[in-house]
Write a protein that binds this ligand. Structure first.
Ligand SMILES: *Cc1c(COP(=O)(O)O)cnc(C)c1O
Length: 379
């Protein structure tokens, strides 16, 4: 009996994506694999291992607790927490030996205090200049420079390790990316002048693919590592291999006479006699409700339309006749069909509901078990 719902993750594809991205890097830049949000829904620990096997030199997450989870999973690689870390979370991050991002004096003071309370611990710091993202970091070059000086002066309790920024629209606006690079430049020069060993980094996946002058010492790639396209185009067009497939199965096949409906709110009514299949996966698994009457799944090698409302635990598919599908057949919501001719990508689903592929893969809930394989061999 098939599992109700299953996300299959191909770790060999992750390795190859990392290797390909590294092949595109300029000037000896390294790759930091971003595995926040449980590895964009793929599972942080297995993805981290695969990314390191593919040649990633370090890892990044958003939160202190995510760093702890990687350490608990046996990951020893350098690990950067990119997000804001509250006073309460700081000891957690320090415990996980995470590198941290700073952009003001208060944070540095707090960190020094926390480190004073733990014997012999030190922490590596990346100073962040906000060149246009408008989120974290300081917009003020002078403040960034001052924080960097202060961190450097507090060695060895804390160590100045990185200087960074983050792009707002590397996926769609090369001109603004160039503006951000120009704003970053004085800070890069300031840091490199004084501390030549500090690593400068800026690029996300989109900038890695589209802005080679942004590669600096390393790039921070998330979405592309998973084989999703940072421009929300077809991943194959950037030589990326989607690593995740989302499957369920046909639990029931039934006749719908003209006038019969399927699902809550009767959002679909059969116009003529037809047949439907019920598939036990729903919005609680991450099938967004906006896909109501608005997507297709693959059964066998063919696409069939989802009809009616997506419910919490089920979707319904119009299959037309009782002969084309059977109870127990595998249903592919994301991934390829049996003969490889049809493929549904996270990008396609994202476009249908006016969002981005990131939200589709991160949205696959914890109710869906993840199974790991390497090109079909269980990992
Ligand atoms: C999430 C994140 C990244 C990775 O972005 P992708 O578009 O997934 O490659 C890089 N840097 C920062 C600061 C991030 O928050």
């Amino acid at each position: 009996m098939p599992l109700r719902a299953l996300a299959r993750v191909n770790l060999a594809a992750i390795e190859r994506n990392v290797a390909r991205l590294r092949g595109a890097l300029t000037g000896g830049a390294g790759l930091c694999a971003v595995v926040k949000a449980d590895g964009y829904g793929h599972g942080a620990v297995p993805v981290a291992r695969a990314a390191l096997a593919g040649g990633a030199r370090s890892l990044a997450v958003a939160t202190a607790v995510e760093a702890t989870a990687l350490r608990a999973g046996g990951i020893e690689a350098p690990l950067l927490v990119m997000g804001a870390v509250s006073d309460e979370e700081l000891p957690v991050a320090v415990d996980a030996r995470a590198e941290l991002v700073a952009w003001n004096d208060r944070f540095v003071s707090q960190l020094v205090r926390v480190l004073g309370a733990v014997d012999g611990r030190s922490a590596r710091i990346h100073v962040k200049l906000d060149t246009g993202m408008g989120r974290l970091g300081t917009r003020d070059f002078a403040e960034a420079a001052r924080v960097a000086e202060r961190v450097a002066a507090a060695a060895p309790a804390i160590e100045l390790t990185g200087a960074m920024t983050h792009f707002a629209s590397a996926d769609e606006d090369p001109e603004f990316t160039a503006t951000q690079l120009a704003r970053f430049d004085p800070f890069v020069r300031f840091v490199r002048d004084r501390w030549p060993r500090v690593a400068v980094h800026a690029a996300n996946s989109a900038a890695t693919l589209r802005a080679p002058t942004s590669h600096f010492d390393f790039v921070r790639c998330g979405i592309a590592v998973y084989g999703c396209d940072p421009m929300n185009e077809d991943p194959l067009s950037h030589d990326l291999e989607p690593a995740l497939e989302l499957n369920s199965y046909v639990a029931a096949v039934k006749r719908a006479a003209a006038g019969d409906s399927a699902g809550y709110g009767r959002r679909w009514v059969a116009r003529e006699d037809t047949w439907t299949a019920t598939v036990p996966i729903g919005y609680a698994d991450g099938i967004r409700r906006g896909l109501t009457n608005n997507c297709e799944v693959i059964i066998g090698s063919r696409r069939f339309p989802l009809v009616g409302a997506v419910s919490m635990d089920n979707i319904t598919i119009e299959v037309g006749s009782p002969d084309v599908v059977r109870c127990g057949d595998r249903v592919t919501i994301i991934g390829g069909g049996e003969d490889g001719s049809e493929r549904v990508t996270a990008e396609e689903l994202a476009r249908r509901i006016d969002t981005i592929n990131y939200e589709i893969v991160c949205g696959i809930s914890s109710r869906v078990p993840r199974a790991y394989h390497r090109d079909g061999t269980p990992a």
